[in-house]
Design a protein around this ligand. Structure first.
Ligand code: 5GP
Ligand code: MN
Ligand code: MN
Length: 482
C-alpha cells in the first residue's frame, strides 16, 4: 500500500495515525516537493509509520529530509518514548553506535595548502588507519578498553591524544553517563581491543575542506570560521566493530524476548526492550560503552590529523592553531526532557541518522556557543559540499531537539556502482582539484556524489522549517576514505 501523506506546509508532511490501526501517533516527514518524491522511492515512509507503533512513543514518529531505508527504523528517523512505559529499540540507534562527525578548524588558507595537498593527503592516508576490519592507531588491553568504555574521549586526552579544550566542544563532553562494561559481550570486547583510532571503510572518511560560502557571519565567527577559503577538516566515523557487535548482540536478544514482553510488532526489526526492564537498562549501559568508544576513536583520529598538518605545515598540533569546532553524534538514544501536550515529560530520544540541534541558550550548548546555538555538522558528499549549521528554537518545539545528519542516500550501493566506476569517479574528482586517497578502491563508487541526495536541498528544508540555521558551506579538497 502507498503510504498516505497530507501536506502541512512547504516543508512538512503528515502520515495520519488512521493509516494503520497499530499506530499510536502520527508521522511527520520534513521534505520539500522534490525530496518527497525521492523519499517515496524506497520503503522508508512505511518505516516511519512502523516506528509510530512502538510502545510508549510520544508526539510523532519523525523523519528528516535525508531519510532513507534502514534496519527497522529509517536512517533519518527520530522517535521519543516515555521513560515510564516506553521502549528502547536497538535498531532505532543503528549498528554504528555513535557514528558522528567532528570538525577541526585550522589557521591556514587554501592558497597555503593547495601546493602541498598531495603531501597532506599522503600523510593523512598513512597515519589514519582505514579499511574493513583494519587495526587502529592504538591496541588496548581489556583493562584499557574498559576505561575507554566508561570515560570516552577523556581517556584519550589523558593518554596524550588531544587536549582538555577538545572535550568542552564535544557533545556530552565526549562521555555518555551510565556506561556498563558488564553489559558488553566478550565478542564485542575482542573486536574492540585493536580497533581504536581507525576510520573503517565505505561511508566513513576524513576530508580536508575549505569554507566556500558564509551564510551567517556572526554565527560563523563564534564557531571560529572566519573567512572564505579557510581550511578545515571533517572526520566522520563511529564505534567500528565494537559498537556493531553490541548492536547485533542486543538486537538478537530483543528479538527472542518480544513474546515475553507481550509485544507484537509490525516489523521484527523493530524488536525493542522496555526502558524499565533489566534488559532495557543493560542495552542502555552497553550503548553508552559503544558511544564512548566512538568518541575516543574520533579523538585519536583528530590527533592524527593535527599531527599530519603539523608535519606538512610546521604547525603546532594544538588547539590554538587547530581548534576542534565541535563533535556531534548522529546514531544514539538519549534521555531528555521536553514539553509534550503541555506537560514536561522525560523521554528516550532515538536519533538514528539524525543530529541533536539544541538552540541558543540551551544549557547543554558549550558556553562559547551559547549565544548562537549548538553546532550541527552535516556532511554532503565527496564531490560537492558539506554544511555547518547551528540548532534553532524550532527543534525544541517540533523535533525533540533534532535535525538531519547528511544528504541521505538516494541510490543503493549496487545502483551507484552501476552508474559510475570507481576509476571514472576518481578521475572526475581529481579534475575538480580534489585529491583522493582510498583504501578499498572498489567501494569508492558506492559513495559517489550521485549516490546521495543534494545536501543543499536537505539543509534548506531544515533551515526553513526552523530546526537549524545555515552557517557555512564547505567544499572538499582532500578526501581520505576507508
Ligand atoms: P551515514 O552516517 O548515514 O553513513 O552518512 C552520513 C552522510 O554522510 C550521508 O548521508 C552523506 O550525505 C555523507 N557522506 C557520505 N560519504 C561522504 C563523503 O565522502 N564526503 C562527504 N562530505 N560526505 C559524505
Ligand atoms: Mn554516520
Ligand atoms: Mn557510521
Amino acid at each position: 500500500a502507498k503510504v498516505p501523506l497530507q501536506r502541512i506546509d512547504a516543508y512538512r508532511w503528515r502520515i495520519p495515525q488512521s493509516y494503520q490501526p497499530e499506530m499510536r501517533v502520527p508521522g511527520i516527514v520534513y521534505a520539500d516537493d522534490v525530496l518527497i518524491e525521492q523519499i517515496r522511492q524506497d520503503n522508508s515512509l512505511q518505516q516511519v509509520a512502523n516506528v509510530a507503533t512502538l510502545p510508549g512513543i510520544v508526539g510523532y514518529s519523525l523523519a528528516m529530509p535525508d531519510i532513507h531505508w534502514g534496519y527497522g527504523f529509517p536512517v533519518g528517523g527520530v522517535a521519543a518514548t516515555h521513560v515510564d512505559d516506553g521502549v528502547i529499540s536497538p535498531g532505532g540507534i543503528g549498528f554504528d553506535i555513535n557514528c558522528g562527525v567532528r570538525l577541526l578548524a585550522t589557521d591556514l588558507r587554501y592558497q597555503e595548502v593547495k601546493g602541498k595537498a598531495d603531501r597532506l593527503a599522503d600523510e593523512l592516508f598513512q597515519h589514519l588507519p582505514s579499511g574493513v576490519g583494519g587495526k587502529g592507531m592504538r591496541s588496548l588491553s581489556e583493562k584499557e578498553l574498559r576505561e575507554v568504555m566508561v570515560r570516552g574521549a577523556a581517556w584519550a586526552v589523558e593518554q596524550g591524544y588531544g587536549f582538555p579544550e577538545d572535550l568542552e566542544v564535544t557533545e556530552e563532553g565526549g562521555c555518555l553517563a551510565g556506561a556498563n562494561p558488564e553489559a558488553v559481550s566478550t565478542t564485542a570486547i575482542q573486536r574492540g581491543v585493536n580497533q581504536l583510532g581507525s576510520l573503517g571503510a565505505g561511508n566513513h572518511f576524513c576530508e580536508v575542506q575549505v569554507v566556500d560560502y558564509i551564510y551567517d557571519e556572526e554565527a560563523a565567527r563564534a564557531l571560529g570560521l572566519y573567512y572564505k577559503d579557510q581550511v578545515v577538516t571533517t572526520i566522520h566515523c563511529g564505534s567500528r566493530g565494537f559498537g556493531h557487535q553490541i548492536a547485533e548482540d542486543y538486537i538478537r536478544v530483543a528479538e527472542t524476548k518480544q513474546k515475553d514482553f507481550g509485544f507484537r510488532l509490525v516489523d521484527r526489526q523493530l524488536a525493542c526492550l522496555p526502558l524499565r526492564s533489566d534488559l532495557g537498562k543493560s542495552y542502555l549501559g552497553a550503548m553508552a560503552c559503544g558511544a564512548n568508544f566512538a568518541w575516543a576513536n574520533r579523538q585519536l583520529l583528530m590527533h592524527g590529523v593535527r599531527q599530519a598538518f603539523s608535519r606538512v605545515f610546521g604547525r603546532q598540533a594544538r588547539p590554538a592553531e587547530m581548534p576542534l569546532v565541535y563533535d556531534v553524534c548522529h546514531n544514539i538514544a538519549k534521555i531528555e526532557e521536553y514539553r509534550i501536550d503541555g506537560e514536561l515529560q522525560r523521554v528516550c530520544v532515538h536519533r538514528k541518522g539524525a543530529t541533536r540541534a539544541f538552540p541558543a541558550g540551551h544549557p547543554a550548548v558549550p558556553e562559547k556557543y551559547r549565544a548562537v546555538g549548538q553546532p550541527v555538522l552535516i556532511p554532503g558528499d565527496m564531490g560537492r559540499y558539506s554544511f555547518v549549521l547551528v540548532g534553532a528554537p524550532g527543534s525544541m518545539e517540533q523535533s525533540f531537539g533534532t535535525t538531519c545528519h547528511g544528504a541521505g542516500r538516494q541510490r543503493s550501493r549496487t545502483a551507484a556502482k552501476k552508474a559510475i566506476s570507481s576509476k571514472d569517479l576518481m578521475a572526475q574528482l581529481e579534475a575538480k582539484g580534489i585529491a583522493v586517497r582510498v583504501h578499498s578502491k572498489g567501494l569508492l563508487a558506492e559513495e559517489a556524489p550521485l549516490a546521495y541526495k543534494d545536501a543543499e536541498q536537505v539543509v534548506r528544508v531544515v533551515h526553513n522549517a526552523g530546526l537549524a540555521r545555515l552557517v557555512v558551506r564547505l567544499r572538499p579538497i582532500i578526501v581520505v576514505k576507508g
